[in-house]
Design a protein around this ligand. Structure first.
Ligand code: GCV
Length: 721
């Protein structure tokens, strides 16, 4: 940050107005000064930081408390090894601090990674304790305490116990070794492979701090469309350097494994997972990884999907492939995250059915250190999908959730879409496999099936842009992912509120309207892109903008027309049971019987998923009494209106937010409104060419004829695969 100009600004306007030059680098860890008249708690309850920082992680905890509280209090706090006064903030474990060991903190409830925050009185002095059973628990607790101050919570009778509900909470970086990020909209990869290991960009430590602040404990450094080079000694040295930076923050390094690496690197003739030479090659390579990175987390694997090599190339199963890697990793305590995102090159079946068809027969066949990583919906991170039918269908195989934080299908970084609501919807979906309340969240946290391993992965939206995520509001999605991985039951709204208060302002005149804007933002995108259960209408390849007309690509499922199936009679993909041997794909049968019964019946299917499951006539009567055609058009129009409303909400915040961030958000919302209009117009023009129906009264016609939208080309759209 430009320090001199910052000082000049502070001198000019004082602390009560927003700082004038913020570029978003500090994320939600801004620690800007508290108005002590409005929030005296900090002054009265926090006078000293006490504890012994006898490990790198406890040192990180103390450093964060010192940094955060100095910023919040406006001056550094005294640091002491033992509490010496009322208002001491004592951090540590029973091992690092004998006093913590003596206090009745009920630390057993915090588990291995959790923490207790408690107000206590020792020798008549009121103090606050941040305690964990492990050093990392203390660091997580320190971040929680800072969050309480940042969001201006009372500090006098603290009684917080928290521990993560999932074990593996990882960011998946789809970062290539040339620094291009697949589906990345925030610049290049933050891993500067060329300069590693010699140069450790300070950004790496800030990345790890940010991850730890929301409980993320793993980072898959490389793209799932993997390059075997990342497993060579030169790259392992680079990955080891990153692991060294991340270690104090509890973030373990993982890599993607290219299944054909034994051929590409080892010169073998095969990568058959049952071939003894292949197994020996992987074992030796894994041993070498651990020589570089003793706490290496394990491998993430995309196999036999979108052209990636895999065990099926040798007529072996996904379980054979995963178990071979698992065997090599097990002696070191490593795991395999094997992705269920598969679609076979020759498939004629409904794409939505493929993951279930390939994986459910393998339930119970995976080694103990394997998790199967499942995207939230059956297809691919669309603005709205039903939950994947795999959740609930593999009781003997730990399934971990895969969410996409980067907004490949939700307008890239210029569209404001808070994904907390999308993920909350997915996690709260009820699989009904063990009766009512068998939610996806309970599958993920292991409660429903007693999984031995649990986890959640988020495809990262982080890049070299100064603001990390490509836009200020996209930081909220990184934040929300971490919080939901820690607690899949956490409400999206309270996560958004924390983020806003920490990132922007505690001013109620800001928090209330901006929270409403965030909470409605994803639905606005659904409306102007893919309402009523439509999916995958985006431009082929780059996924930028509308292209529902595309129908001439060689593989059926590459075409948007495959997904919407609109014709003169109606629109939607019939996934119900076939009638008299023809019709639906029967994807509904992959759900538990009661869910299947609901989704099979257009009258019982929620309207927001209607066209996902049913092909329905344009004149079908909807709940509103309008026809499907009118309803579809009005959803498109409504999406655009909502973005207009979001712009007005933001414009009213001028002066409550620093000028730099205010201006970028305002400019991006203007782009979003233009592009929402483009989506609306292009989709209405196209669907109207099939339905031949007039627009509902008062809805303006698209600005251009359909041919105009079809002619648009975007050769340089970012993030291409
Ligand atoms: C990494 C979608 C994306 C691809 C991505 C793939 C996956 O198809 O468009 O870029 O590849 O998902 O999740 O493996």
């Amino acid at each position: 940050m430009k320090y001199r100009s910052l000082l000049a600004c502070i001198a000019a306007v004082g602390f009560s107005l927003p700082a004038c030059c913020e570029d978003g680098y500090d994320l939600w860890l801004r620690y800007s000064a508290v108005d002590s008249a409005a929030y005296p708690a900090l002054r009265t309850r926090v006078r000293e930081i006490a504890g012994s920082a006898n490990s790198p992680t406890l040192e990180a905890a103390r450093a964060e408390l010192a940094r955060g509280l100095a910023g919040l209090a406006g001056a550094p706090l005294p640091i002491a090894a033992e509490p010496s006064q009322a208002g001491a903030l004592l951090f540590g474990t029973p091992r690092s601090s004998p006093l913590i060991g003596q206090l009745p903190l009920a630390l057993a409830k915090a588990g291995n990674e959790g923490y207790v925050l408690r107000s206590v009185t020792v020798d008549g002095r009121a103090m606050t304790v941040i305690a964990g059973n492990s050093d990392i628990g203390v660091l997580y607790g320190a971040f929680h305490f800072l969050r309480l101050v940042q969001t201006r919570q009372p500090l006098d009778s603290l009684d917080v116990v928290s521990q993560p509900r999932t074990q593996i909470r990882v960011l998946d970086h789809w970062d290539n070794l040339d620094r291009h990020v697949e589906r990345g909209y925030a610049g290049q990869s933050i891993w500067d492979w060329h300069k590693l290991p010699g140069w450790l960009d300070p950004r790496y430590a800030d990345y790890a701090r940010a991850c730890a602040s929301i409980g993320i404990n793993g980072s898959v450094l490389t793209n799932v469309n993997a390059n075997a080079t990342s497993l060579t000694p030169a790259y392992l040295e680079k990955a080891a350097a990153l692991a060294g930076v991340f270690r104090p923050y509890g973030v373990r390094v993982y890599l993607t494994a290219r299944f054909s690496a034994p051929i590409e690197l080892g010169g073998l003739k095969t990568a058959d997972p049952l071939d003894p030479a292949v197994r020996a090659w992987w074992k030796a390579r894994v041993d070498e990884v651990y020589r570089h990175i003793p706490d290496f987390g394990g491998f993430l694997v995309k196999a036999n999907s979108e052209g990636q090599p895999g065990p099926q190339d040798y007529k072996r199963t996904h379980a054979d492939g995963a178990n071979m890697l698992a065997e090599a990793l097990a002696p070191h305590g490593g795991i395999v995250m094997w992705r269920a995102f598969v679609y076979a090159s020759s498939a004629t079946e409904d794409r939505a059915k493929q993951a279930y068809a390939e994986f459910v027969p393998l339930d119970g066949k995976f080694a103990d250190n394997v998790l199967v990583q499942v995207k939230n919906g059956p297809i691919d991170f669309q603005p709205r999908e039903p939950f994947s039918p795999l959740f609930g269908a593999m009781p003997k195989t730990p399934l971990m959730m895969e969410f996409q934080i980067t907004k490949e299908y939700l307008g890239f970084s210029t569209h404001l879409a808070y994904l907390g609501t999308l993920w909350e919807e997915a996690l709260r979906a009820d699989t009904l496999v063990k009766g009512k309340g068998s939610t996806v969240a309970k599958v993920i946290d292991g409660e429903l099936h007693g999984y031995r391993l649990t986890g959640m992965a988020g495809v990262a939206n982080i890049g070299s842009d100064r603001n990390w995520s490509g836009s200020h509001f996209d930081q909220a999605n990184w934040f929300a992912f971490g919080r939901l991985a820690w607690d899949p039951f956490a409400p999206a709204q309270s996560i958004a509120e924390d983020w806003m208060r920490m990132t922007f302002s505690n001013d109620p005149a800001f928090v209330k309207p901006v929270m409403e804007m965030m909470m409605g933002s994803r639905e606005a995108v659904v409306d102007y892109m893919t309402p009523l259960g439509l999916a995958h209408l985006m431009g082929t390849g780059h996924h930028y903008g509308p292209a529902p007309w595309v129908s001439d690509l060689s593989r059926p499922e590459w075409n948007p027309a495959y997904y919407h199936r609109a014709d003169a009679n109606g629109i939607g993909f019939d996934r119900g049971p076939p009638v008299n041997g023809s019709g639906g794909s029967n994807a509904v049968a992959q759900y538990a019987p009661k869910v299947a019964a609901q989704f099979s019946d257009p009258k019982k299917t929620p309207e927001n998923l209607l066209l996902w499951f049913h092909h329905v006539p344009w004149d079908r009567k909807m709940a509103s009494g309008r026809t499907l055609w009118d309803e579809l058009v009005l959803h498109y129009a409504h999406g655009v209106e909502e973005v207009g409303r979001m712009r007005r909400t933001w414009d009213a915040q001028r002066g409550r937010v620093d000028a730099e961030r205010f201006a970028q958000v305002a400019a991006f919302l203007a782009i979003q409104e233009q592009e929402a209009q483009w989506w609306r117009d292009a989709c209405i023009a196209y669907f109207q060419s099939l339905s031949k129906l007039p627009l509902p009264a008062g809805v303006p016609a698209p600005a251009h004829p359909l041919e105009y939208y079809k002619s648009l080309k975007f050769q340089y759209a970012p993030g291409r695969g």
